[in-house]
Design a protein around this ligand. Structure first.
Ligand code: ATP
Ligand code: MG
Length: 347
């Protein structure tokens, strides 16, 4: 059946990298007999300019009835003082779709090892995934503030914890079969429950190893022993911080994709970087994060493991060939990088 993919190009470099991602999808699709149609919809700042709202009704309706959503990037300095901000659209979209699980793979490409701030021997074999709970916890608890006192409440129910831990175990099953559950169990009640639930869920996955870590020590180990990890799962606040920490290991934002999943309904795939307004429209942005987001979509929404692997191998080969955009220390344009990746599909 023809898969419906909604594309949200957004702002800044968004339209350029989205076009690159779709070119790669178009090139790989016939090789794996993947049938799809795309619908481009307004989103973010571009939608504010056009409709006055970052998430127009038509965009939301299309997203809800799609099989998967590709998002490039939103935001820019021109919206910093605006009444409605582009990011509001993304928060609404996540909420409407129930995207509770955010997945960020961290790997270091052979050809890009020198960009990592860590020593070569430390990053050897780094290949892990950060799974962050996205719709609960302290960001969504009660907030109160006056000049003398402030309060933020951290709430987690058993069910909210269980579903995110299951996502982590399911991913680990298809990878290195190890889950590191991260909490602050020595002080927080939510973390005590988190550990109990992780232990309960682990009983359903006897083939996957579960270990627990305190968030403070995990933050250190991610730098000192990053190759120890396979799947790291944690609550919203800790995940926000740890996923950003993890994103500096490769030494560049331009190669990192992400996925967000709901209990039911479409998932959303996007680069982890922003709209890079400083280089928008120049044709020099690195499209790899978007292209790898397409690969993640093929694997995680459509079970097209082979197609995903074709794309990932082509990216790896292109980088080894020395085709590098400016952010990677080279001078290839966005188009040159995209063409090289397409030429390296299945070679
Ligand atoms: P955010 O949007 O997350 O608040 P930001 O606007 O500071 O953060 P980005 O838009 O990701 O972050 O840009 C940070 C820097 O990285 C910029 O200098 C930008 O040009 C560069 N950058 C980000 N993505 C890419 C890319 N795909 N290719 C090349 N450079 C990039
Ligand atoms: Mg930005």
């Amino acid at each position: 059946m023809t898969k419906k993919i909604v594309t949200l190009a957004g702002d800044g470099i968004g339209p350029e990298i989205m076009a690159a991602g779709l070119q790669v999808l178009e090139a790989v699709a016939p090789k794996i007999n993947f049938e799809y149609e795309t619908k481009a919809r307004n989103f973010g700042g571009a939608a504010i300019d056009a409709d006055g709202h970052p998430l127009p009704d038509e965009t939301l309706a299309s997203a809800k009835s799609s099989d998967a959503i590709l998002l490039a990037a939103i935001g820019g300095p021109q919206y910093n003082d605006a009444e409605v901000r582009p990011e509001q659209g993304l928060l609404e979209l996540r909420k409407e779709l129930g995207l509770f699980a955010n997945i960020r793979p961290v790997q270091i490409f052979e050809a890009l090892k020198h960009l990592s701030p860590l020593k070569a021997e430390i990053i050897e074999g780094v290949d892990f995934v950060v799974v962050r709970e996205l719709t609960g916890g302290i960001y969504f608890g009660e907030h109160s503030l006056n000049k003398q006192f402030a309060r933020d409440v951290n709430d987690y129910s058993y069910e909210e914890i269980e579903r995110i831990i299951r996502v982590a175990f399911d991913i680990a099953r298809g990878r290195g079969k190890k889950v590191t559950s991260v909490d602050k169990q020595n002080v927080l009640a939510t973390s005590k429950l988190w550990r109990i639930v992780a232990e309960e869920v682990a009983k359903d996955y006897p083939d996957v190893q579960l270990e627990h870590a305190l968030v403070d020590s995990l933050a250190m180990k991610m730098i000192t022993n990053p190759s120890d990890f396979d799947v790291i799962v944690t609550e919203n606040l800790f995940g926000d911080i740890l996923s950003d920490e993890s994103s500096v290991l490769p030494g560049t934002l331009g190669v990192m994709p992400s996925a967000s999943h709901a209990q039911n309904g479409p998932s959303l795939y996007e680069p982890i970087h922003g709209s890079a307004p400083d280089i928008a429209g120049l044709g020099i942005a690195n499209p790899i994060s978007m292209i790898l987001s397409v690969a993640m979509m093929l694997r995680e929404s459509f079970g097209e493991t082979t197609g995903a692997q074709y794309i990932e191998d082509a990216v790896n080969k292109t980088l080894l060939d020395g085709v590098l955009t400016k952010d990677l220390g080279g001078n290839a344009s966005l188009d040159e990088m995209t063409s090289a990746i397409i030429n390296n599909l299945c070679v």
